[in-house]
Design a protein around this ligand. Structure first.
Ligand SMILES: Nc1ncnc2c1ncn2[C@@H]1O[C@H](COP(=O)(O)OP(=O)(O)OP(=O)(O)O)[C@@H](O)[C@H]1O
Ligand SMILES: [Mg+2]
Length: 272
């Protein structure tokens, strides 16, 4: 029986044929942003990774795989509905040219809810990968929380170069990291970076770091084989940029190590 370090039977990992991008579309590297639970900052992380990669001159897209709770169009202040051509959907372009696809961009009224069963949601995510006219060096995939249906579709059906795990700094984090690391290993996706969001607050007067949730174990990711660790503090400019749709105007250093690792890893993959 094939086992990983922690004794999981990896031979049971379901392997399905990968979906291909549409003819004429190009997706060089897909990176999934995942988390164990909601509200920890996946959409911010996805948005900012895209912005930072685009600033370095790469062509970037964001696939908003959070079908029932899409927030990417708000962060970039883009709206639909977008249209199709020759059987392919055009992504919507942000003001700096980031290509975006989200369920909200298909609706006439972005306030309309999408009340769908899991299977339909999974199908739509596959279509967002395979039937959108992407032309990207990096496609960032912003996932819904958890390891349910939707995450599984992305992990099984989309060829991912890597995944980034976003957590908040609470005591359950060790379990979340372990679960996600196992899932990534079972599905053969390299978990490249652990991002701890809302890790601390910086005193606006004296600059002192206040660790509201206590001191973080910065080695926790590495112990589970995740090579990169980034920390994001509570930062009012992040909340404001996400809320006002001006994420492309925000400049913060917090995800530098993750961005660097994504680029390095894709260069290594391309050379092999
Ligand atoms: N470091 C931060 N400092 C301040 N506000 C933040 C920070 N990170 C995220 N936020 C804010 O917290 C809220 C939740 O963040 P975000 O939408 O990125 O989380 P999420 O994991 O995608 O949530 P969901 O699971 O609902 O999709 C947003 O309003 C966002 O602007
Ligand atoms: Mg989100």
């Amino acid at each position: 029986m094939a086992q990983n370090n922690s004794g999981t039977d990896t031979s049971k990992a379901p392997k399905l044929p990968k979906t291909s991008p549409a003819e004429g579309a190009r997706i060089a590297h897909a990176v999934a942003v995942i988390s164990g639970k909601g509200g920890v900052g996946k959409s911010f992380t996805s948005s900012y990774l895209a912005v930072a990669l685009a600033r370095k001159g790469y062509k970037v897209g964001i696939l908003d795989a959070d079908i029932t709770g899409p927030s990417i169009p708000y962060a970039f202040h883009v709206c639909g509905p977008t249209y199709g051509e020759n059987g392919l959907i055009n992504p919507v372009l942000s003001k700096t040219g980031i290509q975006i696809m989200s369920s909200n961009l298909l609706l006439d009224n972005p306030e309309d809810p999408i009340v769908w069963r899991g299977a339909m949601i999974s199908t739509l995510i596959e279509q967002f990968y395979a039937e959108v006219k992407w032309d990207v060096d990096y496609l960032i995939i912003d996932l819904a929380p958890g390891t349910g249906d939707i995450s599984l579709t992305v992990f099984q059906k989309i060829k991912l170069s890597s995944a980034v795990l976003v957590t908040s700094p609470q005591s359950l984090v060790s379990m979340v990291v372990e679960k996600s690391a196992k899932m990534a290993e079972m599905l053969s996706v390299p978990l490249l970076s652990l991002v701890e969001n809302m890790a601390y607050v910086k005193c606006p007067d004296c600059g002192k770091k206040i660790e509201i949730y206590g001191h973080t174990d910065t080695e926790i990711g590495r112990r589970h084989g995740i090579p990169v660790f980034d920390q994001i503090p509570f930062d009012a400019s992040i909340a404001s940029a996400m809320d006002t749709g001006s994420i492309e105007d925000l400049e913060v250093p917090y995800l530098d190590a993750t961005v660097h690792a994504i680029i390095q890893q894709s260069i290594e993959q391309d050379n092999n």
